[in-house]
Design a protein around this ligand. Structure first.
Ligand SMILES: Cc1ncc(COP(=O)(O)O)c(C=O)c1O
Ligand SMILES: Nc1c(O)cccc1C(=O)C[C@H](N)C(=O)O
Length: 417
């Protein structure tokens, strides 16, 4: 079917989750297709931060750890995130960054495997080339630190066969940040378990974007970002998940006082807290966690089936419009066309990708560019409308037809892309 702008407006009029856009403060004139990198600002966050800063910090000062319940923020936010990723209450905590959490869980998992009989001879952390850089870098650092551990990377198609009895841990990003491709979490986790390995999933591009069922898939461990689809704000705390069955045996490598069983007893010897709490390290970042709590609340209050169905539809429509309108301009589709195999993003390849993205941003259509030549458009289903998809592709077609992207100013590279 040849889509029209009016047809998109009609889809918005019938969209059961359209009203969730009102929970956000979006700048006028901007089509924001970068919520997969930094989510938009929820309206409630402004008031919450004013309350935290002006009242809780400004007036009540240190008393707020108790009176405003600052101390339970990490577990409270973790419990709010849990249903979004198929986890139970008490299995998720909000803490640190995704990079730090990757280290904490991978180090905990590998050393746990070593202590257990099944760990004899297991020295491989298996991942894939082209995984998000921090995932690979942190594992390289961990391998260096432990000395007898090797990071092995195998392309996606070969991962199932590469799960051999020397593997201690499978570490994968569920939705690939560049291509949007989704791994089969259930099948790969089952294969990992069949050889005695554990599975650690990076859900940075999954949480709040598509249905995730960690416990349904038997996943062992997971991490993910708070500032993307969970709308926690720039540098928001991340989250981590430890399946209940591993919680007693998994020792945190960063054995900080906030993960102690009795932090305010101030004893000399470390005793891990029971359950998920032991994965806290230092003092929780209260302002960041308060913002994250507001972001997650918006998602927690929405109809997630409708939301995730909308995600898939937005991506499908974007691709249909690209096929209809951009055929002559040298774009390649780099993401899966099947929405069941794709996260909430579309990735296109073009050798002038950087300049094209800059020209789009100047028009108020904010996507992003990932080297060497990927244009990435993320669809945060809470606030992206069907008509935004039409308008974004319309601008893209115009930029290509007029050759606007050729202007020299669009070719200068910024430090952060
Ligand atoms: C898949 C993935 N993992 C980890 C990160 C980084 O986590 P952080 O920089 O918050 O530690 C990102 C994005 O920055 C990501 O896309
Ligand atoms: N965390 C970011 C940052 O501090 C600056 C710029 C971008 C980011 C990102 O989140 C990148 C993102 N994870 C990606 O998928 O490319």
């Amino acid at each position: 079917m040849a889509w029209t702008r009016d047809a998109m407006l009609a889809l918005d009029a019938r969209d059961p989750v359209a009203a969730s856009r009102d929970a956000f403060d979006l700048p006028p004139g901007v089509i924001y297709l970068d919520g997969n990198s930094l989510g938009a600002l929820p309206r409630a966050t402004r008031a919450r931060l004013a309350q935290v800063v002006d009242r809780e910090w400004g007036v009540d000062l240190i008393r707020s750890w108790n009176s405003a319940d600052w101390i339970t923020l990490p577990t409270r936010v973790g419990d709010l995130i849990a249903p979004l990723i198929g986890a139970d209450a008490g299995e998720v905590i909000a803490a640190d960054s995704t990079s730090a959490n990757l280290f904490k869980l991978a180090a905990g998992a590998v050393t746990m495997q070593r202590r257990q009989n099944a760990g004899q001879g297991r020295r491989v952390i298996l991942s894939e080339p082209g995984n998000f850089p921090t995932d690979l870098y942190v594992m390289q650092g961990l391998a260096d630190l432990l000395g007898d551990v090797e990071l092995r990377t195998v392309p996606a198609e070969g991962l199932a066969d590469a799960l051999t009895p020397d593997v201690a841990l499978l570490l994968l990003t569920h939705v690939h940040y560049k291509t949007g491709r989704v791994h089969d979490m259930a099948a790969l986790t089952a294969k990992a378990h069949a050889v005695g390995a554990l599975a650690l999933w990076d859900l940075s591009h999954s949480a709040g974007a598509l249905a995730v069922d960690l416990n349904g898939c038997g996943a062992d461990l997971a991490v993910g970002c708070g500032y993307k689809y969970l709308n926690g704000g720039p540098g928001a705390p991340a989250f981590l998940f430890v399946a209940r069955r591993h919680q007693d045996a998994l020792h945190p490598p960063l054995s900080g006082w906030m993960g102690h069983a009795a932090p305010f007893a101030f004893g000399d010897d470390y005793q891990p807290a029971p359950g998920i709490l032991r994965h806290l390290c230092g003092t929780p970042p209260v302002i960041g966690l308060s913002a994250l709590e507001e972001g997650v609340k918006v998602m927690a209050g929405a109809d997630r089936d409708a939301l995730f169905a909308k995600s898939r539809r937005l991506g499908d429509l974007f691709l249909e419009l690209v096929d209809q309108r951009l055929g002559a301009h040298g774009f390649q589709v780099l993401c899966p066309r099947d929405s069941a195999r794709r996260g909430s993003q579309v990735s296109l390849g073009h050798d002038q990708g950087y300049a094209i993205v800059q020209a789009l941003i100047e028009r108020g259509v904010i996507g992003d560019f990932r080297a060497p030549e990927v244009l990435r458009f993320g669809f945060a289903p809470l606030y992206i409308r069907y008509v935004d998809i039409w308008d974004a592709v319309d601008h893209l077609a115009d930029i290509m037809e007029t050759g606007l992207w050729r202007e020299a100013r669009f070719h200068e590279r910024a430090a952060v892309t």
